[in-house]
Design a protein around this ligand. Structure first.
Ligand code: C2O
Ligand code: CU
Ligand code: CU
Length: 483
């Protein structure tokens, strides 16, 4: 059960501190009776296997449409050894089951809200009509239901769905309303990439537990969510064969930036990002993901003898690195044959259209230590009744997005479109992890990116915002209207 108090807190936009800069968080827990925090050191690392996220079965399949039914409900999940944890779920699973979809076929998801707070189900990264986008004010009341129809006209992409109800999304997602939606197409299926049991979605998030194993939600609590969960379990291990695996990685945290590496410094291949495969594979030993971003990577364990263990580590704080610096462990336990490969060309990206409109978007939040910091886009707080940006249907625009904070990191997410990154800090982006289709992009303090998007397909209102959910709730969100 979400406490009224924490919802109220979110509602009035009170926040502990900005995401960075070492400002000290005032105590927000005063008056909330709960047990002391669970010390993450008491959770044995690499003691439990990483679960595979089950795939949701359609309730009905017709020639052109797959139908699903999901009930948003509170459940007790086995996350930590010992007592169960109360979580909010899509369909009783933590995290939610994966929906698999195919370009050209429709998906209809009937979402029933059995929670005691309003919800909005947003399919992140999807090109959908506004009434199916799950936008912040388009709510499903407690006890209500809603059919979301996804036309799946875009190319393959690792999408995800999560709650987006205004003032509730941060706590709802934190408590478990998050799941993969994997869209595939012929072009992707024709590639010889690792598939079947060697194609593994990994949902990463952090959490703060109390001594009764219950989730503790405090808004903008970036310093205290120091337990890392992978597919719903703390610091698991995953037994692999000595061959190539494809991992579809989602940063489903509310606030945390991840810099992922293998503990032996080993290299791997990034093959995709938010909006599907990159044009060409990117050999690297580092994967950076801000909240909401996805990456598709291939790790070849054939280079390691059976018996090798390699940790997936995170080199970025905040938090004690002996905890937040560890993610999971791969144990190479057997050999296996491997017919898969990573082709030198993965896809052809759509040609960049000529842009005719330029805009500047400034992200800023109060970081002077004031008690109730707010967060702004172009110096305005989110107002769902205001249209901030009017866009002519069919236009291609260049948005120069700047993080004008001195300390606080942000990221930037647009609904409706997959954008292209033209430049980062004045340097052209022509290869690497940001060269594909993106819907969410990191902006650390002082950074500037130049994005290009074409606004076509649907008219209507969509939001764009910082995807550090608590920043969105503090005001860093705005509305564009395609007319
Ligand atoms: Cu992940 Cu506005 O969305
Ligand atoms: Cu989104
Ligand atoms: Cu932000």
């Amino acid at each position: 059960m979400i406490s009224r108090r924490s919802l109220l807190r979110a509602g009035i936009g009170t926040a502990a501190a900005v995401g960075g800069g070492g400002l000290v968080a005032p105590l927000l827990t005063a008056g909330v009776a709960r047990a002391a925090d669970l010390d993450p050191a008491t959770i044995v690392k690499y003691a439990v296997p990483m679960p595979l996220i089950p795939v949701l079965k359609p309730s009905m399949v017709s020639a052109g449409t797959s139908y699903y039914g999901v009930t948003m409900q509170e459940t007790a999940a086995q996350i930590l050894p010992g007592a169960k944890t109360r979580v909010l779920t899509y369909g009783g699973s933590f995290p939610g089951r994966t929906i698999k979809a195919t370009t050209g076929r429709h998906t209809v998801v009937r979402q029933v809200n059995a929670l005691d707070s309003p919800t909005a189900v947003h399919l992140h990264g999807a090109h959908v009509p506004p009434e199916h986008d799950g936008s912040p004010m388009d709510l499903i009341a407690p006890g209500g239901r809603r059919n979301y129809t996804y036309p799946n006209t875009q190319s393959h992409a690792n999408l995800w769905f999560h709650d987006h109800a205004h003032h509730y999304e941060s706590e709802h997602v934190y408590r478990g309303l998050s799941a993969f939606y994997l869209l595939t197409d012929r072009a992707e299926q024709n590639l010889p990439l690792p598939s079947g049991e060697f194609d593994v979605p990994i949902l990463l998030r952090d959490a703060r537990f109390d001594a009764d194993n219950q989730l503790v939600y405090v808004m903008d609590d970036f310093l205290n969510r120091n337990t890392i969960l992978v597919n719903g379990k703390p610091w698991p291990y995953f037994q692999v064969a000595a061959r190539k695996y494809r991992f579809r990685v989602l940063n489903s945290t509310n606030l945390r930036f991840l810099t992922l590496k293998l503990s032996n410094g080993g290299s791997f291949t990034q093959i995709g990002s938010d909006g599907g495969l990159l044009a060409t594979p990117h050999e690297t030993n580092e994967l950076k993901l801000s909240a909401g971003e996805r990456a598709d990577i291939v790790i070849d364990f054939a280079q390691y003898p059976v018996g090798t263990s390699i940790e997936l580590i995170n080199e970025q704080g905040p938090g004690p690195m002996e905890h937040v610096g560890k993610v999971m462990r791969f144990d190479v336990t057997r050999t296996a044959k491997d017919d898969s490969s990573v082709p030198a060309t993965l896809r052809t990206l759509p040609a960049l259209a000529a842009a005719t409109v330029n805009r500047t978007i400034d992200l800023r939040m109060d970081e002077d230590g004031r008690p109730e910091p707010k967060a702004y886009i172009n110096e305005k707080l989110y107002d769902p009744n205001r249209v901030d940006t009017e866009i002519r249907y069919g236009t291609t625009e260049i948005w120069t997005v700047r993080n004008v904070n001195q300390f606080a990191p942000h990221n930037f997410h647009m609904h409706l479109v997959q954008f292209r990154v033209l430049e980062r800090n004045g340097r052209p982006v022509t290869s690497g992890p940001e060269s594909g289709l993106k819907d969410t992009i990191t902006l650390t303090a002082g950074e500037t990116v130049k994005l290009q998007a074409t606004f076509t397909g649907y008219r209507g209102e969509y939001v764009y915002h910082c995807h550090m959910f608590d920043h969105g709730a503090m005001g860093m969100m705005a509305t564009m209207k395609i007319v």
